[in-house]
Design a protein. Structure first.
Length: 196
């Protein structure tokens, strides 16, 4: 018996035939848009979600758990993003994530295949949002598609190989710190930055 609801995906997403891998048209999503969606948006009962725990999704992004993110532009000018986020507990399992947003970067809704995904603001949804925000903040969107952009969107996933505990550096990303661009030796493939 599956723990995921049968209809967890957004309506009509199965009819999309082609997902586009082109960051140039990604909307101008900023920190405020993510905060408003994860914390300030209304739940089904009309109350604020106040899902502060979902802000930890930044660690998912920084730890290299977000795969390639593609999109589809709907006829009503909204953009549907599709991505995969590696599970925090099992590196062999990924969760499928969908995010619907407007052209101005405001977020309409999110969906995830994880158990918490029915709440629309799980950490996996947040991780995809942080990837989009990171691309916007670092001017990887809205410009000509170069090899660097294509290389960057391959995903932030890294091979995580088993190591003795003595050789693992446990590091929690600090707010504003971008460990993805760090030149430190602890950020090489195979090392593991573990959120605490």
């Amino acid at each position: 018996m599956s723990t995921v609801a049968k209809e967890w995906k957004p309506p009509g997403v199965d009819k999309v035939k082609t997902w586009i891998d082109d960051m140039r048209v990604w909307p101008n999503m900023m920190y405020g848009d993510i905060y408003n969606f994860l914390v300030e948006s209304k739940a089904v009962d009309g109350q604020q979600m106040k899902n502060f725990k979902s802000l930890q999704s930044f660690n998912y992004f920084q730890s290299g758990n977000v795969g390639v993110t593609t999109h589809y532009i709907n006829n009503n000018k909204t953009i549907m993003f599709k991505g995969e986020v590696r599970s925090s507990q099992t590196v062999s399992r990924t969760n499928e994530v969908f995010v619907l947003c407007n052209e101005d970067g405001s977020i309409v809704n999110g969906w995830c295949s994880c158990m918490a995904g029915q709440g629309h603001t799980c950490s996996h949804v947040g991780a995809v949002l942080w990837k989009i925000e990171h691309a916007v903040r670092n001017n990887l969107t809205g410009v000509a598609c170069t090899d660097e952009n294509a290389k960057w969107n391959r995903g932030t996933t890294r091979n995580v190989e088993p190591k003795p505990l003595l050789n693992i550096i446990f590091k929690k990303p600090k707010a504003g710190e971008d460990i993805m661009d760090s030149d430190e030796d602890n950020n090489i493939p195979g090392s593991r930055d573990t959120p605490m």
